[in-house]
Design a protein around this ligand. Structure first.
Ligand code: AMP
Length: 210
């Protein structure tokens, strides 16, 4: 199954994609993770992406389209994949349609208020991509998977979060309509207080896996 996970920043796309990756054996392809790795490695692409990411703006379409096009050639994508955070603009979706056949665009919907709280407390492992929330870390600051020190993403700072939500509304939300018109859209409404496992059960059900 070739999937797109749509939804605002902080809706849980990455968390749901990691669970599905373990469950269905298809890779999570997160453009955000790939860009952060490039930044950490100090590559030319990483350095040019940095200023967009830290301002909560989108990296130019041609950069992310190129990364995804290359990544989808890899052997582990043969049986399907989960695109997490791509496409984020209509031109990206149009480019994707030229080199991939998408089965479902799953929209993970959540209220803005919950998102702001979630992103404020989010801590991430830059080594393996795992994400946590301060409310469940009990003061710990290392990754349970790989032991790396957890950090707060610079773009999770309150002012940047506001900008990311505005960018989402202006540039990414139109994709909901775009995929609805193609008959590929499915939506999961995440309740504010639902647990990760409850939300994941809804994702499975919506994808017809339950
Ligand atoms: P994410 O981890 O998905 O929230 O992405 C973090 C940041 O990476 C975004 O705020 C953008 O600056 C950049 N980014 C990730 N995916 C894309 C994309 N598909 N198009 C443009 N910029 C992206």
């Amino acid at each position: 199954m070739n999937l797109i996970f749509l939804g605002p920043p902080g809706a849980g796309k990455g968390t749901m994609a990691q669970l599905l990756m373990a469950d269905a054996g298809i890779p999570q392809i997160s453009t955000g993770d790939m860009l952060r790795q490039a930044m950490k490695a100090g590559t030319e692409m990483g350095l040019s992406a940095k200023r967009y990411i830290e301002a909560g703006e989108l990296v130019p379409d041609e950069v992310v389209i190129g990364i995804v096009k290359d990544r989808l050639q890899a052997e582990d994508c043969k049986n399907g994949y989960i695109l997490d955070g791509f496409p984020r603009t209509v031109p990206q979706a149009e480019a994707l349609a030229q080199f991939a056949k998408i089965d479902v665009a799953l929209n993970i919907a959540l209220d803005d208020e919950v998102i702001i709280n979630r992103l404020g407390g989010r801590r991430v492992c830059l080594k393996c991509g795992a994400t946590y929330h301060t409310s469940t870390l009990n003061g710990k600051d290392t990754c349970a998977n790989c032991g790396e020190k957890l950090v707060q993403r610079k773009d999770d700072a309150p002012e940047t979060v506001k900008n990311r939500l505005a960018v989402y509304a202006a540039q990414t939300a139109p994709l909901i309509d775009y995929y609805a018109k193609k008959g590929l859209l499915k939506t999961v409404e995440c309740a504010p207080k639902a647990t990760v496992q409850e939300n994941y059960a809804k994702v499975r059900e919506t994808l017809g896996m339950a």
